[in-house]
Every structure is written in structure tokens, then in C-alpha cells.
Design a protein. Structure first.
Length: 155
């Protein structure tokens, strides 16, 4: 399997409501089926594109958190917010119209993709910019010096 990607990209939602997954992000789906997911996260106004084994692990984890009598309802809620998709030969897929208004997607406008190994978040670019501007975590200094990295990698 290829190295799983991390990074960002700006892409355009085309006139047909399609988005092209950049080639550098496609290894996420090598021999695995893509799934589009509305995670229902009020803080993160984006869709999540992942592969079925990652999504299945999320479903299993979430199902363990609820009492037996609520599992059918939880399962329906999770599944109702997911859909299998097919990437065409150019790595494109259609984003269902029902998500356009909810996530501020507009045909011909830029989307911001964030890949983190197992999934890709799909943001409307202005929504991402507003979200990112509000994050106070960015004021936290991350130590990238060799001694910090050495401690993490146990070298």
C-alpha cells in the first residue's frame, strides 16, 4: 500500500456538483471503497471522505458507547449520514445536492481539502477560513526542535 497522505488542497466544485480528489490523496482509497460522511459535528462544518474500513471502525466504536436499547437508533443515525461513492477515472465524485446548502458549497467555488492519512475533510473555502481564524489552538507553540522530536521517536 502507498504512503497515506497528509496535507491540504484547494479544488473547485464543478458545474455538475463534482469534486476531483487530488492524485496525491487517492492512496487513501487504494483497494478500499470510498464513503462520504456527514459527521454531524456542529463545530466542523464539513463532509468527511474516507474508506469503508475506517468508517466501519467508527461505527463499531460509537455503537459500543450506547446502551443496547439505543443501538438500532444509533446505527440508523450513523448510516443515514453516510453514502458510498464511486470515483471516476479522473478521481471525481458527485457531492449530493442535500449537502450544498448545509456546508455552504457552491458550484464553481473553491473547496478546501484536508487529508489526514485515513480521511479527507471537505470544507467550503470561506467556511474553512472563518473556522481557522477562530482557532485559539494556533497560538500554542509546537516544539519542532531536535530534542522534542527525539523524545517522541524514542531515538
Amino acid at each position: 500500500m502507498a504512503r497515506l497522505p497528509r496535507g491540504t488542497a484547494e479544488v473547485t466544485l464543478d458545474a455538475k456538483g463534482r469534486v476531483a480528489v487530488p492524485a496525491k490523496f487517492r492512496p487513501i482509497f487504494d483497494e478500499r471503497y470510498p464513503v462520504l460522511w456527514d459527521a454531524q459535528d456542529p463545530k466542523r462544518r464539513c463532509l468527511v471522505l474516507s474508506h469503508e474500513s475506517y468508517i466501519d471502525a467508527i461505527i463499531d466504536r460509537e455503537m459500543e458507547k450506547v446502551p443496547d436499547e439505543s443501538r438500532v437508533d444509533m446505527h440508523h443515525m450513523l448510516i443515514a449520514n453516510m453514502e458510498d461513492i464511486d470515483l471516476d477515472s479522473n478521481g471525481r465524485f458527485v457531492i449530493n445536492e442535500r449537502y450544498h446548502e448545509k456546508f455552504d458549497y457552491a458550484r464553481g467555488e473553491k473547496l478546501f481539502l484536508i487529508a489526514n492519512k485515513e480521511y479527507i475533510e471537505i470544507w467550503a473555502l470561506p467556511t474553512w477560513q472563518a473556522f481557522n481564524a477562530q482557532q485559539t489552538i494556533m497560538n500554542h507553540r509546537i516544539d519542532y526542535t531536535p530534542h522534542a522530536v527525539k523524545a517522541v521517536t524514542h531515538e
